[in-house]
Design a protein around this ligand. Structure first.
Ligand code: RIB
Ligand code: NA
Length: 309
């Protein structure tokens, strides 16, 4: 009952190849390093919130296979409750094939597998954790109906909701906006959702307001090295929150680090202004991009300056 952050979302095994550049269609190129890591946007966000110090639970589905078994151990190693992590015989644990180029950019194909079998029954089993949490976080790597149901369950019980529409779908149901206290996405997701291009802070402000008018509490558009833009229904003007410049080794999961940190701040410091939470979450995510890998690069409380707490 004392879990403060619940994530209803995805787990993926990340199969990562580092290469000088991303290959073209039909092309084979040599990469220089391969590794397997724990990923999936939902799990990544949960791990970052846990490492910041939040009491967390993950609601997800993995396969009854080696990757699934290993993933459950990974949650335990990070102090995340696995009471609502279920295993299925009917699909394989989700997998992500990732290529990272020498400038830290990536291209990803996900096969969601077991993640797609998380549904109403599993949510009902996790209901008490969801409705008693301080913050619920959802994304779009599971069945969208399950994400929406979880968001509604939280919202109806006055649990703060963060929704990350990733990967984005062009025809997102309008209820996703209504069920989101904080609607948080990156530039490309914002473009897909609105049809407007986002190439500057000004564009992000315009797109943020457009999304805000779809009835969410607030909108955050993350902009990589440019930080983010925060739009709140209580404030008329969008606010640009810049961040410190860093050299990127691997930006995979930086958005997840940001959202996990944001969830921690919303749970731990509910009266802190959203702009300040976003400023701090920017700095946490900036640490993650400086090291290769996704969860392996996410900082813990002890690795971060005390001013962030
Ligand atoms: O956001 C990064 C994540 O996206 C990776 O860990 C990969 O699993 C994909 O889901
Ligand atoms: Na990283």
């Amino acid at each position: 009952a004392d879990v403060s952050v619940v994530v209803v979302g995805s787990c993926m095994t990340d199969l990562v190849s580092q290469a000088p550049r991303l290959p073209k269609a039909g092309e084979t190129i040599h990469g220089h390093k391969f590794f397997i890591g724990f990923g999936g946007k939902g799990a990544n966000q949960c791990v970052q919130a846990a490492r910041m110090g939040a009491k967390t639970a993950m609601v997800c589905k993995v396969g009854r296979d080696v990757f699934g078994n290993d993933y459950i151990q990974n949650f335990k190693n990070n102090g995340i409750s696995t009471a609502y992590v279920e295993q299925t015989e009917n699909a394989a644990t989700g997998a992500a094939s990732i290529i990272v180029n020498d400038t830290g950019e990536n291209a990803i194909v996900i096969v969601a597998g077991a993640n797609m079998l998380l549904g109403q029954e599993e949510l009902l089993r996790a209901q008490s954790a969801i409705v008693n949490a301080k913050v619920l976080v959802c994304q779009l790597e599971i069945n969208p109906d399950a994400s929406l149901q979880a968001l509604r369950m939280a919202k109806e019980n006055h649990v703060k909701t963060i929704f990350n529409p990733a990967p984005a779908i062009a025809d997102l149901h309008s209820d996703f906006y209504k069920a989101s206290d904080v609607f948080c996405c990156n530039e490309s997701e914002a473009e897909l959702l609105t049809g407007l291009s986002v190439t500057s802070v000004e564009d992000a402000s315009r797109v943020g307001l457009e999304l805000l008018h779809r009835s969410c509490g607030s909108v955050i558009i993350t902009l990589g090295p440019q930080g983010c833009v925060v739009c709140e229904s209580t404030n008329t003007a969008p606010k640009h929150i810049p961040t410190t410049a860093v050299t990127a080794a691997d930006t995979t999961g930086a958005g997840d680090s940001f959202i996990g940190a944001l969830a921690f701040y919303m749970a731990q410091y509910p009266t802190m202004p959203l702009e300040e939470m976003a400023r701090r979450a920017n700095l946490v995510a900036a640490v993650s991009v400086q090291t290769v890998g996704t969860q392996t690069s996410f900082p813990s409380q002890k690795d971060l300056p005390t001013e962030l707490f």
